[in-house]
Ligand binder design. Structure first.
Ligand code: ADP
Ligand code: MG
Length: 611
């Protein structure tokens, strides 16, 4: 039998490679833009016709090429970017395979004009289907212009797979945006047919985002910054109140290269936990700079995945930096300002839960005199954070502490520190037994009483479980509760944490438990309902949270111990609740991720009144 193995001609090999590298017009766009960046350009234009099917042209003012390089650049594995294998671990350029231009030239008509800075005259080269048809000197500006025409002209099968112009153009814009966001120091322009879609001047990263996504973005961005030995992290996250139900703008850049990484996405997403509802997505623009030897980009030419050697540390750094920024900058409760209807405070729906009869005095404790340790006697009602946390034992001190912490937070509220919030003769109005209105120097606040109290209790519960011991109030009449076996098991699991919070749970005989004590903060609640409610809620929360059992417990506690809508509050109660709220780390949202506070500045009011 004769030998049958033959080497494929280059043109065929290139066509095969092209199938991988140039899956659609947007892939060619990406490669060409990246080449322009690698060439050191600071001005790049992308001109596209018919979503790239007719023309993709990239014009840059980069270093340009010599006559020989111009020709060589279309050969497979021809690259100026690495010479030896070990350089693969030091790559700072986008390209390094020398495959893109060869692949593109195999399946299109290409015209390249290029000129070195020091040369008077440039060179022009025409290639179709890998064949050089012409090369000659030409007059052209410094830099390189590459026109790719009639993509897939010789591979009709692939051309037939292309989607509509609208879809292909969407992919092109996506690639363009990623590259332009990664390089705010470069000016970019994108023209499609006759319309100019982007014209981006060289700018700061923040300005680039605003220029691309619109002026509204400016106030939405919160800076993130962290520098460690492993990674330098910078960029922005979107404020939680702007998180959307659809996947919004989520960008990671590693050494100025856009990447996708679901693990790191998780790090950001969980940092927003409790701040946004579970089905919405935060937006972020995060730039990671790290030693090229600690990443592996050599996976697939068009893939945006990347491997990190220190993935876990990077996860932790991103998570804590985002968390930090949220805590630091997102104090201003300027939620939902754009909604006109926030003024029309809705009446309680007819079937709204009216949790407790109004006649109940929240602080009334019949055993006060006998026990001498009821919550009321310490001067702290159930609205505080819990005595063991802020807890000096008298109201004045609680007040002082929250004042201090609010002052330091309020420095971060834009330009207007609102210390008058603390003035002793503040007014409070309760609206619909649901909202608390209070004036501040710069305007007014509206607080949702139940959400605010949930936030206060939630942070209290977490603090107490993590490093303190709550105060338990021993019941004079311990209550025996019958539970299902499953709930009984669950209660046993939670017992150590519950005990820290101040619950005393005893004698697990069969499926009945005895509750001997509850947190001082819950002294006035019916014990059985409280325990059952907490278990029920916990099961719901833990289901969706899986790992974070303390978070789930804290949420359940907060939900079940909070003052509900429909409760009339006394002035002191409102005062204490609001103070406690502002002593929280994240006063602006409930543990469930909904706004607790709306703030209206005088300016906004004036504007509404056209004053
Ligand atoms: P790679 O980018 O992986 O090196 P390409 O096929 O994309 O491979 O490009 C091949 C070579 O052509 C590059 O290494 C570079 O030297 C040169 N080149 C391509 N585009 C440009 C450009 N716009 N300006 C200057 N040189 C370029
Ligand atoms: Mg390249």
């Amino acid at each position: 039998m004769p030998d049958i193995i033959q080497l494929l001609p280059d043109s065929v090999a290139n066509q095969i490679a092209a199938g991988e590298v140039v899956q659609r017009p947007a892939s060619a766009v990406k490669e060409m833009l990246e080449n322009a960046i690698d060439a050191g350009a600071d001005n790049i234009q992308l001109i596209v016709k018919d979503a790239g099917k007719t023309l993709i042209q990239v014009i840059d003012n980069g270093c340009g090429m010599t006559e020989t390089d111009a020709r060589l650049s279309f050969e497979r594995h021809a690259t100026s970017k690495i010479r030896q294998a070990d350089e693969l671990f030091r790559i700072r350029t986008k390209g390094f395979r020398g495959e893109a231009l060869a692949s593109i030239a195999a399946i299109a008509h290409v015209e390249m004009k290029t000129r070195l800075r020091d040369n008077e005259i440039g060179t022009k080269i025409l290639i179709s289907g890998s064949d050089v048809e012409n090369q000659e000197p030409c007059a052209t500006p410094v830099g390189t212009s590459i026109s790719v025409k009639n993509l897939y002209y010789n591979t009709p099968a692939r051309r037939n797979f292309l989607k509509s112009d609208a879809v292909e153009m969407k992919h092109i814009v996506e690639e363009f945006e990623r590259v332009a966001l990664a390089h705010s120091d470069i000016a970019f322009k994108l023209i499609h047919n006759t319309s100019e879609l982007f014209n981006l001047k060289e700018s700061t990263p923040r300005q680039r985002i605003v220029n691309m996504f619109g002026p509204k973005f400016n106030e939405r961005l919160v800076p993130v910054k962290e520098e460690t030995a492993i990674v330098k992290l910078s960029g922005f996250i979107g404020k939680p109140e702007y998180a959307r139900k659809t996947r919004g703008e989520q960008y990671f850049f590693v050494n100025n290269r856009f990447i996708k990484n679901s693990y790191l996405h998780h790090a950001v997403k969980t940092a927003f936990e409790e701040l946004i509802s579970r089905d919405s997505y935060p937006s972020y623009f995060l730039y990671l700079d790290l030693d090229p030897s600690s990443i592996d980009v050599n996976i697939h030419p068009t893939k945006t995945e990347i491997k990190f050697t220190e993935e876990r540390s990077i996860y932790a750094i991103i998570h804590s930096a985002v968390r930090n920024s949220l805590g630091k900058y997102n104090i201003s409760p300027s939620l939902d300002f754009e909604q006109e209807d926030v003024f029309n405070v809705a009446p309680l729906p007819r079937d709204a839960e009216i949790a407790q009869p109004e006649t109940v005095d929240f602080n009334f404790n019949p055993f006060d005199a006998e026990t001498g340790k009821a919550s009321a006697s310490s001067g702290s009602s159930s609205f505080g954070r819990g005595k063991s946390v802020v807890s000096p034992g008298n109201w004045e001190d609680v007040y002082q502490i929250s004042e201090r912490s609010f002052e330091s937070q309020s420095e971060l509220i834009e330009a207007d520190p609102d210390t008058s919030l603390m003035s002793e003769n503040r007014n409070f109005i309760q609206l619909q037994k649901r909202y608390i209105l209070t004036s501040i120097k710069s305007g007014m606040l509206i607080v949702d009483q139940q959400r605010a109290h949930e936030r206060v209790l939630y942070e209290w519960a977490l603090t107490v479980m993590n490093d303190q011991q709550g105060t338990s109030q021993q019941s004079l009449f311990p209550e025996t509760i019958e539970l299902s076996n499953q709930d009984c098991e669950l209660l046993k699991d939670l017992e150590p944490d519950l005990q820290k919070l101040g619950f005393t749970v005893d004698s697990f005989g069969g499926s009945s438990v005895v509750i001997n004590g509850v947190p001082a903060e819950a002294a006035d609640y019916p014990v059985r309902e409280l325990i059952e409610g907490i278990l029920e809620q916990y099961k719901n929360e833990a289901d969706s949270l899986k790992s974070a059992s303390r978070t789930a417990l804290a949420k359940s506690i907060a939900r079940n111990m909070s003052v509900k809508r429909g409760r009339t509050l006394q002035r002191e109660e409102m005062l204490e609740l609001i103070d406690a709220l502002f002593a929280c780390e994240q006063p602006q949202v409930s543990p469930g991720g909904n706004p607790c506070i709306l703030k209206f500045s005088i300016d906004e009011l004036n504007e509404k009144f056209k004053a």
